[in-house]
Design a protein around this ligand. Sequence first.
Ligand SMILES: [Zn+2]
Ligand SMILES: [Zn+2]
Length: 115
Amino acid sequence: MTEEGPPPGEWHDIKSLHFKLFYYKVLPCTKAWSHDWQHCPYTHPNDKARRRSPLHHSYSADMCPAMLQNGTCPKGVNCNLAHNLFEYHLHPDRYKTKMCPAGYAAAAGAAGAAN
Ligand SMILES: [Zn+2]
Ligand SMILES: [Zn+2]
């Protein structure tokens, strides 16, 4: 039996948040035909749009200053800061800390009640 493409699982659903946070622009593209890289959720050999997997590299959601200044970082893949906009914007922490509107309302209500 041969495996074609990614194995089954929840991350296989490229529209899920799970895929977006952990696999978007992380997995190598397996499409052999030419296609629009920008709208493809996978990485491509000559494409700069790629991320280190948050599952295998622990980097924070803060942008690396060396990367911002020089476009390169001496620590490379071992750097513990985000190296590009994909790593920055799609960092799992960013989604965990984002409070939902109901959360804000509850917080505001609690603050009002304390007065
Ligand atoms: Zn692709
Ligand atoms: Zn860095």
